[in-house]
Design a protein around this ligand. Structure first.
Ligand code: INI
Length: 159
């Protein structure tokens, strides 16, 4: 029989940090609401949640790193909404934010989840922030909980 490891979706006592970008806050406030609702529903205590607002998605990795560095959090959830404009500006933001967030996962060994929308239109973004395509804030929070629980099962001597 193989040993099957998977993270339960019941939060433990770990604290969670959320970094959320103010740019396009019509969308990001909804992502934040989705993430908070998910954390609460899965058992994270109110006092175990910290929310940090940053100006735009480009600033997310720096704030997430500062939070990870405190070693107070089991995971950091990153939320933003990059919407394509008339130039290629969004491409630079998207790539750097995704790479920055991935780097933090490896550097700090905690889940730093990617709830940053990369959309062509505001309509697409709203669809993914509680509209007809779900809520990516919810997904990012759920992924963070699952990964915290999974990593807790992967300890030397247990696997
Ligand atoms: N930031 C976003 O979060 N979403 C966007 O769509 C966006 N656009 O399109 O410009 C955006 N720009 C701001 C950027 O994240 C930084 O805050 C800014 O460049 C200052 O560093």
């Amino acid at each position: 029989m193989p040993q099957i490891l998977s993270g339960r979706l019941i939060a433990g006592t770990e604290a969670y940090a959320i970094v959320v970008a103010r740019f396009n806050d019509l969308v990001t406030q909804r992502l934040l609401d989705g993430a908070l609702d998910t954390l609460r529903r899965h058992g994270v205590a109110e006092e175990s949640i910290t929310v940090a607002w940053v100006p735009g998605s480009f600033e997310i990795p720096l704030a997430a790193e500062a939070l990870a560095k405190t070693h107070k959090f089991g995971a950091v959830i990153c939320l933003g909404a990059v919407i394509q404009g008339q130039t290629t500006h969004h491409e630079y933001i998207n790539h750097q934010v995704a790479a920055g967030i991935m780097r933090l996962n490896h550097e700090y060994g905690i889940p730093v989840s990617f709830g940053v929308l990369t959309c062509q239109t505001m309509e697409q973004a709203l669809d993914r922030a509680g509209g007809k395509a779900g809520n990516k804030g919810h997904e990012a929070a759920l992924a963070a909980i699952e990964m915290v629980q999974l990593l807790a099962t992967i300890t030397p001597g247990q696997v």
